[in-house]
Design a protein around this ligand. Structure first.
Ligand code: ZN
Length: 172
């Protein structure tokens, strides 16, 4: 529900209240739930679909489409449930991907940091210095090239190399 409100620039406060965008007001009268809302001032209430319907003055089918659903010959209730499931599944997937990317980038940055340490603190052409020089460009290339392309292929390699660098660093 909060995501849908956010699309209309409506901020929900810590008590899960917001200014009702349906009747327009200055003081928050709308209680926001995980999957719905209720305005204590104008009495408007429902789920994400009824919210869009009230806000856009449209029917369920249009609201459903606005929220990213594709309309087939389902009953409204089936479509509503299916769309809600799709909505939350997408959200979970997006969060997971974001966490994985964060972890991936952090691992790379840590390894880059260790290489930079060697490059700065070792005599040029000493073992660690050469090792670090060899790895650092490759690490940066992976960092820049993002994750996104060929992620599955590269990920294993990157994690393995970063572990190798870390092991070496830990035995200093
Ligand atoms: Zn209201």
């Amino acid at each position: 529900m909060k995501e849908v409100l956010a699309r209309y620039g409506v901020m929900v406060n810590r008590n899960n209240m917001c200014c009702c965008p349906i009747h327009q007001e200055r003081h928050p009268s709308m209680k926001v739930f995980k999957d719905g809302y209720r305005c204590f001032a104008c009495g408007s209430c429902g789920d994400i679909f009824s919210f869009i319907q009230a806000k856009e003055h449209c029917d369920f089918k249009t609201a459903f489409t606005i929220l990213g659903g594709t309309y087939e010959h389902h009953s409204n209730e089936t479509a509503r449930v299916a769309a809600q499931m799709k909505f939350s599944r997408k959200k979970v997937q997006a969060q997971r991907a974001k966490q994985e990317e964060k972890r991936f980038r952090q691992t790379l940055m840590d390894a880059i940091g260790m290489c930079e340490y060697w490059i700065e603190n070792r005599e040029p052409f000493d073992d660690d210095w050469v090792f670090a020089q060899n790895k650092i460009l490759w690490l940066w290339a992976n960092y820049e090239d993002k994750y996104i392309q060929e992620m599955e292929i590269n990920e294993v390699n990157v994690y393995r190399t970063c572990r190798e660098i870390e092991q070496r660093f830990l035995t200093l």
